[in-house]
Design a protein around this ligand. Sequence first.
Ligand SMILES: [Mg+2]
Length: 367
Amino acid sequence: MKITQIDIFKLNVPFQYPIKVALGEIAGAENIAIKITTESGLVGWGEASPCCYITGDTQATNYQTAQQLAQLIKGKDALAIEARMTEINGFTVGEPSIRSAFDMALYDIAAKAADMPLYQFLGGEKRAIRTDLTIGIQDTVAQTVARAQSILDAGFDAIKLKVGRPGLEDVVHVAAVRELAGPGIAIKMDSNQGWDYPTAVANIQAMQSLNLQYSEQPLAVWDVDNLARLRDKVELPICADESVFDHHDALKLIRAGAADYLNIKLGKAGGIHTGLKINAIAEAAGCKCMIGCFGESRLGLGAAAHLALARPNIVFLDLDSAYDFKTDPVRGGMTYDPKLGGVIHVTDEPGHGASFDEAALTDGIVV
Ligand SMILES: [Mg+2]
């Protein structure tokens, strides 16, 4: 099924709550939308949400690279995903966000050609899936508690607290949210590399009674030796996020004994094609996965939700970015349950089920 046209757009949507993490701050989505059209008339949509301090790419670089990737695959078979993603991943070792947008659009086309929702195309079936909601580190303790209260009021059963403040400053935030939430709410924390080894040990030990779910990326990306040492030292499970972009990283982390869980993000992995490989390596090692996000709309998050449905080894979901979008540029696709906070529904439309309202997109280029 020959690719006849690729449309490239920018998508900018502010968040209701800008989110600050140990590495930087995100005030809104500065994304790229990709529409791949085939000779059969089938169209696939993909989305990139670059986060330069993690993925090394930006909307501007993705916009440029997208034009080169479009030239690379135009005229070729959209259904030969292995071949197309080998070309796309071989074009650059960088730009994972835009590679994931092309991957997402190709999987959308393939599932539509099979007349199946994407989760089914990937061999999965529906099960209950539910995301947490994230609180950044920009707030005072009182503000953190107020934000947690609003999340609980919305019916969520899991809160992700960004941490990584200096010294033991995080402890009072996490303790206050646990006291508010009571024992039945899952609380996980994500340091985004903000601690060094001694600070991580001190914080995790100081939070020992708070019944946390896991500590995500406590140490710097490069500090795999200390991550393994930390995992030996503390009882709390360790989840690797920024340390695992692709399947090669996954294998290294598992061999090093450095992680209990791996966080798959399509925007790090360059899409579903490599995300499946990360999960396979994790599963072979008895390691569960979470699936996370950057600043994707419901379209990009929906593709991730379909992957989670397709692989039950993916047990934790952090697909909350679109929850705080000020406007919704997406038609169809995954939705958040209006009553059961965090419960995600995907449609049984073929593909990932979503498209963009092109009126919400800007700077369109046709290749
Ligand atoms: Mg993370």
